[in-house]
Design a binder for this molecule. Sequence first.
Ligand code: NAP
Length: 291
Amino acid sequence: MLATCGQQASLRQSAFHGTRVVSSRHALPRRVATAHAHIVMAKQTVLVTGAGGRTGRLVFDKLRARPDQFVARGLVRTEESKAALGGGADVFVGDITAIDDAPLRAALRGCDALVIVTSATPRMKAPPAEGQRPEFEFPPGGLPERVDWYGQKAQIDAAKALGVRRVVVIGSRGGTDPANMLNRIGGNTNILVWKRMAEQYLVNSGLNYTIIRAGGLLDKEGGKRQLVIGADDEDLGVRSVPRADVAEMAVQALLCADAAGRSMDLVSREEGDGAPTTDFAPLFARARRGM
Ligand code: NAP
C-alpha cells in the first residue's frame, strides 16, 4: 500500500532520491519494500525558518499539531519572537543573513527537512497623505538581495552541509516578469528576481525540493477552498490564497513523495466555488517537475 498525502499517513516514500531511510532521534525508522518503491515510516524532524512570520507561524503550528508525524523546530530572529512561540528548546534564535551561521546550523542539525518561510518584508515609510498612495521601504539589513538571495542561499548551503536533504520553499508568484511592480518596492530591489535566483540555486543544489509560489496571501481560514496550481505565472483565473492553505500545502509536501522535485504556483478559488481540497497528492502529481 502506498501512502498518499490525503491519507495523512506517517509513511514516506523515498522515490526521489532512492531509498534513503528518514532518520530521527525521536522515532526508529522502519523501511517497507513494495513492488514499486520503498516506504519509510518515521517521524520527520523539520525546521521552519521565518517561524515567527505570518505564514511560517502557521506551518510551525501545523507541524506541532501532528506530533505523531513531526518533531517541529522553528528559527526566529528575536527573543521576543521566540517567546511568542512558547519559548521552548524547539525554537532557535538566529539571523539567516549573519556571517556566523552557527545558530542556523544548530537549528538544522539532526533535521530531516527544512521549510523556508523567511522573506524580506517591506514596511510603510509613513502614513500617506490624504489621497496619496503609501510608500514602502525595506528596513536596514533587510533588502531582498540580502534576505531572499544571500539568506536563502545560506540556508540551502547549511542544509546540504548537514545532510538535510529535503527542502520546501514558500515563495511568491510573479517571478517570471522582471517588470512586476513588486520588484520596484523601495527602489529597484527586485524581490521576485532574488527569490527566483534562490529557487534556481536550490534546484541546482541536488537537494530534494518542493517550491510553492503563492499568489496574494489572505489571512483567512484554511481548508475552505479548492486549491489551484499552475506554473510560471500563467493566468489561473484567481490570484490569491489563504496563508493557512499555503502552510498546509507545505506540510503536505513533506508527506507526499510526489511533491519532490516539483515547483508550482498556488492560488485558490473563492470559498463556495468548488469543493475544498482535502487530497493533496493529485495536486503535487500535476505540478511541474523542475523549476
Ligand atoms: P512574513 O510575515 O513577512 O514573514 C517573513 C519572516 O522572515 C519573518 O518572520 C521574519 O522575521 C523572517 N526574516 C526576515 N529576515 C530574516 C533574517 N535575516 N533572519 C531570520 N529571519 C528573517 O511572511 P509572509 O507574508 O507570511 O509571506 C511568506 C512568504 O510568502 C514570503 O516568501 C512572501 O514573499 C511570500 N508571498 C507573500 C505574498 C503576500 O501577499 N504578502 C504573496 C505571495 C507570496 P521577523 O519576524 O523577525 O521579522
